[in-house]
Design a protein around this ligand. Structure first.
Ligand code: NOJ
Ligand code: CA
Length: 709
């Protein structure tokens, strides 16, 4: 329902032209004489807020109100129907030449509606509807504090039925050329008590922390996306879209449910962001949904990014891949050269044969280049990306793969010597392009804040953050160089995803959370709830190279993975990426042919995706329809609790019969005591059926639906 506070138009609802100090016309109109008296009385109180403008979402679900507060400060508010979601929250900046937050005067406003459906080259859904109402409000500072010419900026809100995005836009202007942003003063005052799922910001291990579940009032400084569930059941997630040439935003807790923007610092700490006007900030995004699944189904973040700027990307093939990888994390083989070197010609041929025999397109090889010997973590400047080690015949292997329909996947681990990497980038990518390598995994292993930047060869090395402005630009430089050569990028230890894969559809995946590798060597490994956390937090930032499918369920030294076998299969459907690793060793798949069949069959590119059931951190069930085909896949995972989840099969085409190939936990399955208790069975179903998923503790279920008529 739309709220008619600012006029009768159901789409956009600008208020009466706002004069600072005046009352909104509509308020007086609605309140009558008694109300007018109250308003006049209130006018004598200095802290009165004045409504400047209001805009509702196309279906009227959400509304944003922009207010002018005491001393000409700005605030925005979000309501869902009659329920406040975000209480008045301030806007503004701490700039190098002083605060930009007071004495602000509205000098113009406009609204528009937009509705377009666009097609993704690959993704969780082929068609994406971008339907919003927009409010643009232009502000100028009144002369004050010796400043004769006020600075100007716009705030733009795009209001969707499932969330809002807003950003600041700085036009070209005489009073502001180079803009040094020390901090954004943007706040998110969550209007009701809530539980939060979050990981800490500014800690050494970047995004690789387990999700904490705490009351909102106990959040420290968090990375985004941060996901909240209000005590009365509303789901909210705060993040950002289109992080371009800007510092990543974290959120620091203030009092009373307020989260404050905390930009990732720049290298000299005097400014997080340095830009020249005109420029825009990233969009600050707030998803709001009744169900947890609403968050995971939203396309708001993609919609707030610019369209594809690299043209046809049909050369990128969503696909599964294997690799010389898990063996390294198990410490059975090594990245460095020597008797246990993984990236040898013979060993890679074994993986190519395995990929070819099972229909997997890619073979990742790590440790193929010089620089890994010794302490590579500390010596990124030793990496050479332009030639292989002596025992790795890159050209011969590329040809061997090509004959079998298999492509090598490249690997560029920088160990954070990022300038050193950039200098080699053109030659490194040329080498790969010549050898048919069209996906490259990049890596930035080092402590947060220890990225090494050297602007001139031989010059000083300065430190940057993984999520800072300089790295946001570095990733775009890599994408641009790669796109020219028809190469896709999968970044590990990346900057967070903000939907830029719409603009750069060769940015196909990334890490940016604790992936499967933690089950190889971390104590404790990922807990059973981990993936049910990821879906509603990290995954809202875009595809993740989680690397599922460890059917042996064992890490280094035999440490048990906290998952059943069936859950490893479900992860292919639950954790979205257009490139999915078949991460275990070939010999382990040979021991589990039944489970392996699902991994061979499961698709990686989708026509549509739906969340059938789910609660943050507890469980989630997805149904996805393969792109360009008739099959559907279902994946369901639970946390440490066994549970029964009943779902309708109404996503299936009505009138058709399907063979459901079911891979489920056995009746006695439990991640700890009976992880391999596993049943593969088939059954005929149709769209009018309901289906009962029985999930073991730490378990899951995967289903392939094949039409039989
Ligand atoms: C960390 C990555 O996440 C992992 O996949 C890779 O094997 C190592 N770095 C080495 O580059
Ligand atoms: Ca990692």
């Amino acid at each position: 329902m739309h709220d008619p506070t600012c006029g009768g138009d159901a789409r956009t609802l600008p208020c009466a032209p706002a004069t600072p100090g005046a009352f909104p016309r509509n308020a007086a109109r609605r309140t009558g004489l008694r109300g007018l008296f109250i308003l006049l009385f209130a006018a004598t109180l200095p802290a009165q807020a004045e409504t400047l403008a209001r805009v509702a979402s196309p279906g009227g679900t959400l509304a944003v109100t922009l207010e002018s507060q005491h001393e000409g400060r700005l605030a925005y508010r979000i309501d869902r129907g009659s329920r406040p979601v975000i209480a008045p929250s301030r806007l503004g900046f701490l700039l190098g030449d002083g605060r930009l937050e007071r004495n602000l005067e509205l000098v113009g406003q406009s609204t528009r509606s937009f509705d377009e459906t666009w097609e993704q080259p690959w993704g969780e859904r082929r068609l994406v509807r971008n339907h919003y109402n927009e409010l643009r409000a232009s502000f100028a500072e009144k002369p004050h504090g010796g400043r004769e010419q006020g600075r100007r900026f716009d705030v733009v809100f795009r209001v969707y039925d499932d969330g809002i995005g807003f950003r600041y836009e700085f036009p070209r202007q005489p009073a502001l050329d180079e803009v040094r942003i020390r901090q954004e003063l943007t706040e998110f005052a969550v209007a009701r008590p809530a539980t939060a799922w979050w990981i800490p910001a500014f800690e050494w291990n970047r995004e690789e922390y387990l999700y904490a579940r705490t009351p909102l009032s106990e959040v420290g400084t968090a990375q985004t996306p941060i996901t909240l569930r209000s005590d009365d059941g509303l789901h909210i997630s705060i993040h950002e879209a289109a992080l371009v040439d800007y510092a990543g935003m974290n959120l620091a807790r203030g009092g009373d449910g307020v989260l404050r923007a905390a930009l990732t610092p720049g290298n000299d700490h005097s400014a997080a962001v340095v830009r020249t006007a005109p420029f825009n900030t990233p969009w600050r995004t707030i998803l709001v949904g009744g169900r947890a699944g609403d968050l995971a189904e939203s396309s708001l973040m993609l919609n707030l990014n610019e369209p594809n700027r690299i043209g046809d990307v049909s050369w990128f093939k969503p696909a599964k891949y294997v690799g010389v990888w898990w063996s390294l994390h198990l410490d059975e083989e090594t990245w460095g050269t020597g008797p246990r070197h993984g990236a040898t010609t013979a060993n890679t041929k074994r993986y190519i044969d395995f990929a070819a025999a099972n229909g997997f397109r890619g073979v990742l090889v790590e440790g193929w280049n010089p620089g890994w010997d010794g302490d590579w973590f500390a010596n990124g400047w030793n990496f050479d990306f332009t030639r292989p080690t002596a025992d790795f015949d890159l050209e011969g292997l590329a040809a061997y793969g090509a004959e079998r329909g298999v492509h090598l996947i490249g690997h560029h681990e920088t160990a954070c010597a990022v300038s050193h990497y950039e200098r080699q980038l053109p030659a490194a990518l040329d080498l790969y392009a010549r050898n048919g390598v069209d996906v490259v995994k990049t890596g930035y292993v080092c402590d947060a804040g220890d990225i090494q930047r050297q602007d001139k060869a031989g010059g000083p090395v300065i430190r940057e953050w993984h999520e800072g402005q300089w790295m946001s630009n570095h990733h775009v430089r890599v994408l641009e160089a790669a796109a020219k050569r028809h190469i896709a990028i999968n970044s590990h230890e990346p900057i967070k995803g903000t939907g830029l894969h719409r603009t750069w559809p060769n940015w196909v995946s990334r890490e940016g959370a604790r992936g499967m590798e933690f089950n190889a060597w971390a104590t404790p490994p990922n807990p059973p709830e981990h993936e049910a956390n990821l879906v509603f937090t990290r995954m809202l930032a875009g595809p993740m190279d989680f690397t599922p499918g460890i059917v042996s369920l064992k890490g280094r030294g035999g440490q048990q993975i906290e998952s059943t076998l069936a859950k490893q299969l479900a992860l292919y459907v639950v954790i979205y990426s257009p490139i999915q690793m078949v991460a275990d060793l070939p010999e382990h798949y040979a021991e589990h042919p039944d489970a392996f069949q699902f991994i061979k069959d499961v698709a990686v590119d989708w026509e549509e995706s739906h969340v059938l059931a789910g609660e943050v951190g507890d469980h989630v069930t997805f149904a996805r329809k393969v792109r360009g085909g008739d099959e559907w896949f279902l994946g369901s995972v639970t946390d440490e609790e066994a549970r029964i989840v009943e779902v309708p099969l109404s996503f299936l085409d009505p009138g058709r019969r399907y063979r459901a190939e079911i891979y489920r936990d056995g009746d006695r399955a439990h991640w700890k005591t009976a992880p391999f208790e596993f049943v593969r069975e088939t059954r005929e179903v149709r769209s009018s059926d309901r289906y009962t998923l029985k999930l073991a503790a730490g378990g899951g279920q995967a289903i392939r639906f094949v039409p039989v008529d």
